[in-house]
Design a protein around this ligand. Sequence first.
Ligand SMILES: Cc1cc2nc3c(=O)[nH]c(=O)nc-3n(C[C@H](O)[C@H](O)[C@H](O)COP(=O)(O)OP(=O)(O)OC[C@H]3O[C@@H](n4cnc5c(N)ncnc54)[C@H](O)[C@@H]3O)c2cc1C
Length: 326
Amino acid sequence: MEGFTLAQPRSLDDALAAGPQAGAKYIAGGTDLMQLAKDNVETPHHLIDIEGLLPDTISTATDGSLQLGALARMVEVATHADVRSSWPALSEALLLSASPQIRNMGTVGGNLLQRTRCGYFRDVGFSCNKRSPGSGCPAIPGESRGLGVLGVSDHCIATHPSDMPVALMAMDASLQLVSPGGGTRLVPFAEFYRLPGSTPEIETNLLPGELIVAVVVPRSASARRSRYVKVRDRASFEFAVVSAAVALEVTDGTVRNVRIAMGGVAPRPWRLSQVEAALQGRPATPESFQEAASLAGEGAVTTKDNAFKVKLMERAILRGLQLASA
Ligand SMILES: Cc1cc2nc3c(=O)[nH]c(=O)nc-3n(C[C@H](O)[C@H](O)[C@H](O)COP(=O)(O)OP(=O)(O)OC[C@H]3O[C@@H](n4cnc5c(N)ncnc54)[C@H](O)[C@@H]3O)c2cc1C
């Protein structure tokens, strides 16, 4: 692990002024960043502690939307009474994430920016286009069981590892950002993460030094009936092989509104608009659920190791629809 300085700025302005300097990284709970630094995957030279500088609250705005401060701990969001009743998939996704110790430390902002768990990225003994642009992707011909099948490129097939963003993608959330100049902007969640293309090292549309301040999640009938299904190799403390967040509004036996997002299959939480379109206005029956779920793998690019994910996606969506409509 390389040496670094640790700054504890007194104000947000001071933190934002320090953010864009070369080798600087913000640190929140530190549960991902410190592991990456210890493994020399990331080598930050200046850590900027943002504790106390951004909201850590969970509140409701006058329009009913949920406001999650970037420094809210994962455990606080997961166990919040309003989150549990009005955005249940969000609570479920967090409770199925990591371990109690990590959920006590990990923050909303840090979870959104967790780096991929691709073994080739996390081991500096291998080349990796994401870690070292242009060095190659040994995952494509190599061990790829846990890697992506949608939105991947010839340069990278890594998946986004976090659970909470999958639920947020199914709830049409937005991110409040603040930049070093003090300007703020609201970015729809669907526009936050980038696909790898030929630049897999650029993962989001965050500008240099920009900070996530909060996440805004609209209140809706479908979010209220949302569920999160996580399929993993062991029952706890494990990342998703495939996960599905399903938000569903059914009136008089007909699907009025549905949002489906998947984790473990793509470089970002993946919205399945073709499955949603096939369900919209259709009877909420096992037959139409099955028919729509069978479209999940459209456009998938698989390897010899991960082709099974297409069927697993279908099953996870089906289970999510069953639970949300029950
Ligand atoms: C063994 C293990 C198992 C795990 N299993 C899961 C799992 O199943 N599901 C899951 O979702 N997660 C899992 N995790 C990951 C864990 O949830 C993340 O480590 C945690 O969410 C990161 O939050 P943090 O606050 O500690 O982030 P940090 O490590 O502090 O930061 C992570 C990144 O975010 C940046 N950052 C942090 N806050 C902001 C902000 N407000 N604005 C801009 N940039 C910011 C930092 O600069 C850094 O680049 C696991 C972790 C471990 C170690």
